[in-house]
Write a protein that binds this ligand. Structure first.
Ligand SMILES: [Zn+2]
Length: 194
């Protein structure tokens, strides 16, 4: 898979980062409209993030995680909506984790370049690779969602083989894959950090 163009487009494309922010606001609006499980209204309670794996010119798009808090005094429970930018509490942003994981499968020589560029060391890359094959495939989300792929994807090559199934231009495919993964980014389905 040729990922060279994808890498260049991703790091320089402000519109791409803005698109992820827009989707996150949409997801937050949906969560807000649903309200708290106690019946209370939800108010904005965003929190700051110190994102890793983001080029300096894009950091501003990843410094806040949208979050909500119940307005009812006895509840005050926090609801964190799903996100295209953050995979649970993982410090590296979702797109970098995903992109590097896809590129590792392609064994492109750029992986070391990409790791340097985004400040991701080899151990982290290896841990992610392991995560896709063990923790991810064990999630309730994946056990249900894998049926959407026909023929079935080869789970020993996740997430590259999953990415390959999405249609359209590379950036659109990347956005669609991030949207597909949102159920594991927050709430009861949120992934364990590794
Ligand atoms: Zn509540």
């Amino acid at each position: 898979m040729n990922t060279r163009g994808l890498y260049a487009k991703f790091i320089n494309n402000v519109r791409f980062h803005k698109l992820l922010v827009k989707y996150d606001h949409d997801l937050a609006r949906v969560a807000r409209a649903q309200g708290c499980h106690c019946g209370g209204k939800l108010h904005s309670a965003d929190y700051g993030r110190k994102p890793r794996g983001v080029p300096a010119n894009a950091r501003e798009f990843y410094c806040k995680r949208l979050s909500l808090c119940c307005a009812v005094d006895n509840c005050r429970e926090r609801t964190t909506p799903a996100s295209l930018r953050f995979l649970g509490r993982r410090v590296h942003v979702a797109v970098t984790m995903l992109l590097i994981s896809v590129m590792v499968e392609g064994a492109t020589p750029q992986v070391s370049e990409l790791s340097r560029e985004f400040g991701v060391d080899r151990r982290t890359v290896a841990r992610w690779r392991d995560w896709w094959r063990t923790a991810f495939v064990a999630t309730r989300f994946w056990r249900a969602a894998q049926a959407d792929f026909s023929p079935p994807v080869d789970t020993s090559h996740l997430p590259a083989c999953m990415f390959a199934r999405f249609q359209g231009r590379p950036l659109r495919r990347l956005v669609n894959l991030l949207r597909f993964l949102t159920p594991i980014t927050a709430g009861a389905g949120a992934v364990r950090v590794s």
